[in-house]
Design a binder for this molecule. Structure first.
Ligand SMILES: [Zn+2]
Length: 295
């Protein structure tokens, strides 16, 4: 059983309400899955909440009453319907797993990436959430409430997780590059401490891009590379946000707005070539205007 860093209010609410259907939202790495697991251990702990970490149930890892369902990886990840309800040749599915009696008190399924449920899977999930078996709990994990179907959202107890303050994260690592990369998400910070070279290289790539905008061809090449890394979840956007802090206020707003458009388009699977060209063009116009102003 792993401790959850921060998120005290969320823990208090879950322990008090013990909802059967939970929607945990927040940025990647902020602790959504860890909180879902903490909830599962708490529901099954002999001593109740917070999970003690030492009873028979708390010592089990993996826990027999905890199931985690993730999308099948790829450029367009998806949770297919056969993971949710029985289908011929489908294997283990959520419904059958939840209907079986728990070994301890509660069966808890974490749907990690609920925004990737296929349409058929979401409809099957909806039926299940209308009337879950009495000992069953479903924890949906998504980036935001808007990312899941309104009909699913309305059946869930919503637990939003915000980025943690930097002073909380400093307990894990004081490195400024890692803290910038993490943007308040302990999972990202831990990942950075385990992959320091990759994070430093990413920062250098972002700096290289911003300082080398005058050479359009090289900038385009770097933009492609940055987008490629973003697809592998090595998101360079935090380093852009940090670099934009040095811009004058109105230019900074413009740059941050452009970045959020880029992130949104990237999440919506707009092609890399188009995005790279647009990003180079946008950054050149922002930084180019600055340069001519200062002359
Ligand atoms: Zn325990």
């Amino acid at each position: 059983m792993k401790e959850v860093l921060g998120h005290e209010e969320a823990k208090r609410l879950l322990a008090k309400a013990r909802p059967q259907v939970v929607l945990i939202t927040g940025p990647e790495g902020v602790g959504r899955r860890t909180l879902g697991r903490w909830y599962a251990y708490g529901l099954n702990c002999e001593r109740g909440f917070p999970p003690c970490g030492s009873c028979t149930s708390c010592r089990l890892e993996p826990h027999p009453d905890l199931l985690e369902i993730r999308p099948e990886p790829g450029r367009r990840p998806v949770i297919p319907v056969e993971r949710i309800v029985p289908r011929e040749g489908g294997g283990e599915n959520l419904l059958e797993w939840l209907e079986a009696a728990p070994r301890f008190s509660a069966k808890v399924a974490i749907i990690d990436g609920a925004e990737h449920l296929s349409e058929a899977a979401a409809n099957a999930m909806l039926k299940l959430l209308e009337e879950p078996p009495p000992h069953a709990h479903v924890v949906l994990v998504a980036p935001s409430p808007e990312a899941v179907l309104p009909t699913i959202r309305s059946r869930a107890f919503w637990v939003p997780l915000a980025p943690l303050p930097e002073e909380v994260l400093r307990a894990l690592s004081p490195d400024p590059d890692f803290l910038a990369f993490a943007e308040g998400a302990p999972g990202r910070l831990l990942w950075a401490t385990e992959h320091p070279e990759e994070v430093r290289e990413l920062r250098k790539l972002v700096e290289g891009f911003l300082y080398g905008l005058e050479d359009g061809r090289a900038a385009l090449e770097r933009a492609r590379e940055l987008l490629r890394r973003a697809e592998e979840r090595l998101s360079p956007w935090p380093f852009f946000r940090r670099a934009f802090e040095k811009l004058p206020a109105d230019t900074r707003t413009e740059a941050l707005e452009a970045l959020s458009i880029l992130e949104e388009a990237h999440r919506a699977y707009v092609g890399r070539e188009l995005l790279a060209a647009w990003w180079v063009h946008t950054m050149r116009s922002i930084y180019g205007a600055l340069r001519s102003d200062s002359l």
